[in-house]
Each structure stands twice: as C-alpha cells, then as structure tokens.
Design a protein around this ligand. Structure first.
Ligand code: PLP
Length: 357
C-alpha cells in the first residue's frame, strides 16, 4: 500500500528514515542479533542511547548546565500534577493561563496541591485565541502556559511579560522552533506529537527550582529521583526513548530548531494561504495566534465535511477530522510533515472547491 500523508494530531507522523531505522533496530539492533525491545536498560548499548538523547536535547535547545533532561512515563497528563506537586507549596500560589482543554486539565490537577489563580482564559470564544496583556501577580511561584493548543490550533507566539519562572506544556511544539530557555523553569512534552512514539515524556527542569516545597513527595513522582538516577530509577521506556533520540538526530541533521522553524513556517503558509483563498473553508483560530503545528479550519457551508474528508482520503491524506470541540478539520503538520504533504492537501482543497463551487 502506498505511504499516506499522516495529518493526525497524535500519535503522529515520524520521518520515513526514523521509521526505517526503528524497524531495523526492532529486528536486529546494531547487528547484535538482539532486538532493541529485548535489551537491558542498564546495558552499555541502551545507556549510550539515553545519554545521546539527553545530550541532543541539551544541544538542540541550548540548555545551560543547571537544566536537567528527563525521560519519564505517564504522559504529559502526569506532568499536570507532578509539576504542581514538586513546585507549588501549599502556602504558595501558582498562576495558570487557560488556553484550552489541556490547560484546563493542568489547572484541575494543580488545584490538589495549592491555590491556583487562573490569570486569563480564552474560553469565551471557544479557545480560538491566546489571551494577552493580562495582569500577572508577583507573589506566585510560577506561571503555567501551554505553548501550543493542539485541539484548538492556537500557538503562543510571544511570551507574557514577566520574570517569573514559566512552566510550560510544549507537547505539540517542542523542537519546532528555538526557545528562550532562560525564561523557563520547567518544560514538559509528551513524545507522541513532535518527537517520537507514545510512551515517554520529556521533562526539562531548572534544578534550582526543586527542593523548595515542604510536602513529602512519593519517590517516583519526585523530579530529584530521576535527576539523580539519569531517568533510570526504574525501567525507562526503552523503545520510545530510542525513537525520540533518532528523531532528534534527524532534527540536528536538518539544521536544528532554527531550520525546523523555517520549514514549519513555509508549510503552515501553504495551508493557511489555501484556507484564506478557498471560498469553501475558513480558519478556526484568530489569525495572529494561528498554530504552525495544528491547522484548524471549518467548511463555510453545511454538509461538506464528509465529502471533503473522503476527497482527502482518496489523495492519501489521512487524520484530518477535527476534534469534536472545534469540528471541521485539523491538519497537524509537525516537523516530520513534508512540503509535498501540505501541497497535496492544498491541491485537494483546490480541487474540492472546483467540484463543489
Ligand atoms: C496530547 C497533549 C497532552 C496529553 O498528553 P498525554 O501524553 O496523552 O498525557 C497534553 N498537552 C498537550 C498540549 C497535548 O497536545
């Protein structure tokens, strides 16, 4: 069967070369006669993978020495509570910005550990924009943001004006562009959007922020445990870390996150230009807040959705059905999506307008 263009939101597209290397490692890793799926996480071959994954994360994002890189399990969803458990004192306070379903879940979980103040929300317009110019109190321990809203197709293109440490869910745009790392206290990202297969979560934490809460933290949920043990306190998710490492090698080979940003801007422009030109579609998010990773759009007439998805499918473009809370369509065009993929989608939209218009 011909290879499809995968526009799914997550688990999501991986580059063809990464999939090929991963497949080879599953059958016979480095000519060892063993599959990567059956090797010890404490053996030298996998320890080298883990070390390379950490080193590549540091290199790609230019991390200073006091920022530690962890590969954990439990998904980004576990970070919703782990961040607050480790960083929010019961007599402290945290600020959250509510930009969609994932932020809302982060807020709910943080509430278990201390007072949470929601500083701004875009719920009034179904999260179609990113709030700006809200007041940020100075007595909060950290400000939690979601840099890219996977479901609603908005992205934070500018950071709020504060010197407070930012805690940021970057699940769907990690490694898609350079970041100003010094602004962040902690970053987390589930692998399955822009980094690898499901099963590991990248956490980058400024060590200086840890050890300041008075509560007892279970060993497995304490970032310090995983820092001390280089993410191998217990068995780490060997295969997802391996494939994430392969993806980081690919990002580096392509020119790093600066090159990714350029590539992503180019791809997003192709899709958004077609949405804005085409009379049958309109964008779902405010223009200035449009995501370069998840392009959300809807039909301008009733009853077109099924036919459009079928036309996409016929051209090999899959995973375009929008999330139920927005409806319509969502084209997830992460790092691994090619220009050819987005051009194919744009041409399906053009042909659809001709056929229906
Ligand atoms: C997918 C996603 C999550 C949830 O990730 P899991 O790994 O499934 O827990 C959290 N935040 C954002 C922004 C996401 O896109």
């Amino acid at each position: 069967m011909a290879k499809k263009y995968n526009f799914s939101a997550g688990p999501a597209i991986l580059t063809a070369e990464v999939i090929k290397e991963a497949a080879e490692a599953v059958s016979n890793w480095q000519e060892s006669g063993l599959s990567i799926l059956e090797v010890s996480h404490r053996g030298p071959a996998f320890v080298a993978v883990l070390e390379e994954a950490m080193a590549l994360t540091k290199e790609l994002l230019s991390l200073p020495e006091n920022y530690k890189v962890l590969f954990l399990t439990g998904g980004a969803s576990s970070q919703f509570y782990m961040t607050a458990m480790n960083l929010l004192d019961s007599n402290g306070k945290a600020g959250y910005v509510d930009t969609g379903a994932w932020s809302k879940k982060a807020i709910k979980e943080a509430n278990h550990f201390g007072p949470v103040q929601v500083l701004a929300t875009s719920e009034d317009k179904n999260y179609s924009y990113v709030p700006k110019n809200y007041d940020i109190p100075t007595d909060i321990s950290y400000l939690h943001l979601t840099s890219n809203n996977t479901i609603f197709g908005t992205e934070m293109h500018q950071l709020p004006d504060t010197s407070l440490p930012l805690v940021c869910d970057m699940s769907s745009n990690i490694f898609s562009r350079p970041i100003d790392i010094e602004r962040y206290g902690l970053i987390y990202a589930g692998a399955q959007k822009n980094m690898g297969p499901a099963g590991t979560t990248l956490v980058i934490v400024n060590e200086d922020l840890l050890g300041k809460v008075d509560r007892k933290i279970p060993t497995m949920l304490d970032y310090s445990t995983h820092i001390k043990k280089d993410s191998s306190f217990n068995t780490p998710p060997v295969f997802p870390i391996f494939v994430s490492m392969l993806t980081m090698r690919w990002v580096k080979k392509m020119g790093g996150v600066e090159a990714m940003a350029k590539h992503n801007q180019e791809k997003a422009a192709i899709v958004y230009d077609e949405i804005d030109r085409n009379s049958l579609f309109k964008g779902a998010a405010a223009k200035e807040d449009r995501s370069l990773m998840n392009v959300t759009f809807v039909a301008t007439q009733e009853g077109l959705d099924k036919d459009f998805l079928a036309a996409c499918e016929a051209a090999g473009c899959v995973g375009l059905k929008g999330h139920r809370s927005v409806g319509g369509f969502r084209a997830s065009i992460y790092n691994a999506m090619t220009i050819e993929g987005v051009k194919t989608l744009a041409s399906v939209m053009q042909a659809f307008e001709k056929a229906k218009g």
